[in-house]
Write a protein that binds this ligand. Structure first.
Ligand code: GLP
Length: 268
């Protein structure tokens, strides 16, 4: 996998990358370009830039199909803390993606297992995900696959770790008791099935997870390390998220910046 370190705006870089991928996609296949989508603070800028590209006439979403990674259990789509609400606010209201082509797990489904099984079938029915975008939890989680999740896990109901609920409490008026204890999440296996993966991490809070990815082995204790098993996976980080990398890698990154290579590339 590639670790990209940039001094540029993460969201702008990612949005332009996505735009290029969509433009390069062969439309004659009659199949849509399928995106896996994340939520969280890190990717808000990326969504703002995607909306901007659309408004500038550079990006058409009419032949795109999306699958979100996860949703809190028990929250309605109208609940402002739900990922349904987040997606409407940050992306869907600003682009021309037909509602029938948007998919988000229903955290209020009567049968959560059946909801997850149907989600996997829906992904398979469109031919799989071309580009899975994501963020990284402080503990290295991807989507809501907490440490210990199997790399072959599929979409399923999950229990959230206390530290994840605390990290996400900022989206619930700072009140951790309001953060649901459970969620529905695509599995690590679901993410790894994508043809390409692009994850983003910003800020010092993610520095340990990034360092662990760069230095440690592949282990379910750090779900982000699953990306190392994929043939076409990239993690794009800012300098703060790269700050716990060892001296030798910092020097390598610095040299690339001095050579005007930004993002700097580290192959893991
Ligand atoms: C939540 C999401 C993850 C996301 C993580 C990081 O836990 N389920 O998919 O990667 O938040 O969020 P943030 O970007 O706000 O740090």
């Amino acid at each position: 996998m590639r670790l990209l370190i940039t001094q540029q705006d993460l969201g702008n870089w990612a949005a332009n990358y996505i735009c290029q991928k969509i433009h390069a996609f062969e439309p004659s296949s009659q199949k849509p370009f399928v995106l896996g989508l994340p939520t969280g603070g890190t990717v808000e800028g990326m969504y703002a830039h995607l909306c901007q590209l659309h408004q500038q006439g550079q990006l058409d979403f009419s032949h795109i199909c999306t699958f979100n990674m996860d949703e809190y259990a028990g929250l309605s789509a109208e609940n402002p803390h739900s990922y349904h609400f987040y997606m409407k606010h940050h992306l869907f209201d600003g682009i021309n993606l037909p509602p029938s082509q948007r998919h988000i797990l229903n955290g209020q489904a009567a049968d959560l297992q059946a909801e997850c099984a149907a989600y996997e079938q829906a992904i398979a029915a469109v031919g799989g995900i071309h580009l899975f975008l994501g963020g990284v939890g402080r503990n290295g989680h991807i989507a809501f696959n907490e440490p210990g999740s199997s790399f072959s896990s599929r979409t399923r109901p999950v229990t959230l770790e206390e530290n994840t609920r605390q990290a996400n409490a900022r989206f619930f008026d700072g009140d951790v008791s309001q953060v649901p204890t459970h969620a529905l999440s695509v599995g690590i296996g679901t993410v790894l099935d994508a043809k390409e993966i692009l994850f983003l991490a910003s800020g010092e809070a993610k520095a340990q997870a990034v360092a662990r990815l760069a230095l440690g082995g592949i282990t379910p204790n750090w779900p982000i390390t699953a990306l190392k098993t994929h043939a076409n996976a990239t993690l794009l980080v800012d300098r703060a998220a790269a700050s716990a990398l060892p001296e030798a890698l910092q020097t390598q990154i610095q040299h690339q910046f001095e050579d005007k290579t930004d993002p700097a590339v580290i192959t893991l």
